[in-house]
Design a protein around this ligand. Sequence first.
Ligand code: CAA
Length: 246
Amino acid sequence: MKNKTVLVTGGTRGIGAAISKNFLEQNATVIAVATSEKSCSKWLTEMQQAGFKKAETKICDVADFAACQKMVASIITKHRRVDVLINNAGITRDTSLKKMTKENWDQVLHINLDSMFNVTKPVLDIMLEHNFGRIINLSSVNAQKGQFGQTNYAATKAGIHGFTKSLALETARKNITVNTVSPGYINTEMMADIPAEILAKIVEQVPVGRLGEVDEVARVITFLAAVESGYITGSNVSINGGLHMY
Ligand code: CAA
């Protein structure tokens, strides 16, 4: 990964932060994207203190197409290329459809699904120019299995794999692979939004008997991003402790 430039949306927290760090450990230049200055500077300080000199951040709302175009253009000006794109940014607004507001629906659709177009479109242009790319999109176990309170989230996460498969076909001859990674319940701040008794019941149903760890997701992503992984495209890799098998 030495001369590679990696863009990770939502790259300063949770699974995204683990992905960013994993690429830094492999000597890549990593640009972690987040919406808040606070989150960016906190992550950057941590990475610099850990001795990673090739960590950078960009503040950008992935729901905003114009902002994404500008963000990618500024990366290209500096680094000339983006070799690896990790579309990781995502939110939940869990509630039954009966109670769901239009705002709950729109926020999740814009951030989780519109972002696939907004960020991938400008990055793809530069990957095509260089005849190389690795695009990895983060979906979820709940895209395949469904989950009470997640009609909005599951719709976006299922949509993401449709996006992956179609783009994988379009780029297969261009040395650009496109894959989906579908984590299950991973030990992040997102779990704090789930009422404790509900989370305990969910964990009981996980055959492995525990939450997953962020590093367990990150290592699969760096594997898929490797130059040597060029024959893996259009796939969906589950990392869910056996919660859902298909
Ligand atoms: N299954 C069946 N029934 C359920 C239920 C469930 N999981 N949860 C609630 N209900 C029932 C309630 O008991 C209630 O019944 P009554 O009307 O008879 O009392 C009814 O459904 C309505 O319940 P609520 O009013 O509490 O529903 P709500 O709209 O407030 O939503 C919820 C509840 C917030 C969705 C809650 O169930 C919840 O947090 N569930 C977990 C959701 C979840 O797993 N999210 C994953 C987040 S992490 C993530 O997304 C990462 C990833 O990719 C895996």
